[in-house]
Design a binder for this molecule. Structure first.
Ligand code: TYD
Length: 135
């Protein structure tokens, strides 16, 4: 199984201000189909408690900070993101949610698929059953 991991993006340091970038199939390990972003999250809120059958994603916190909690059916891990030149690669089949958003946090999510509600697994029991059947 592919692993969840933090990937560092290029960082062009400049006295005029720094610049980072990413390209499809290069800095993110998939072809980019869609991006969306999460913002104006009220304190204490949790977003994204679900898994995807196919979708792979890359989560960058452009501003502020948050924690991404990932669960692969066996173990849970927490990744704290607070730099715009790091992203968290989340392969398909991982249950994940985001929490502990600082005020005004802006999170960019880069996805390998177009939006498809049928790709979501929103029920934790269904997810656990799917993982049991895989092993
Ligand atoms: P969802 O992924 O369920 O967010 P969360 O898990 O954080 O609650 O998305 C929330 C709503 O937005 C859902 O009704 C579907 C819609 N949506 C789109 O229409 N297109 C998209 O690309 C995304 C990410 C969500």
């Amino acid at each position: 199984m592919e692993k969840v991991e933090i990937l560092q993006l290029p960082k062009i340091l400049d006295e005029r201000g720094n610049l980072s970038f990413l390209e499809s199939n290069a800095h993110v390990p998939f072809e980019i189909k869609r991006t969306f972003w999460i913002y104006d999250v009220p304190g204490g809120e949790i977003r994204g408690g679900h898994a995807f059958k196919e979708q792979k994603e890359f989560i960058i916190v452009l501003s502020g900070s948050l924690d991404v909690i990932v669960f692969d059916g066996e173990k849970e891990q927490k990744f704290s993101l607070n730099r715009s030149y790091y992203g968290l690669y989340v392969p398909s089949g991982i249950w994940r949610h985001m929490e502990n958003f600082a005020t005004n946090t802006l999170a960019l999510v880069i996805s390998s698929t177009s939006y498809d509600e049928n790709d979501y697994i929103r029920d934790k029991d269904e997810y656990l059953k799917m993982k049991e059947n895989e092993s």
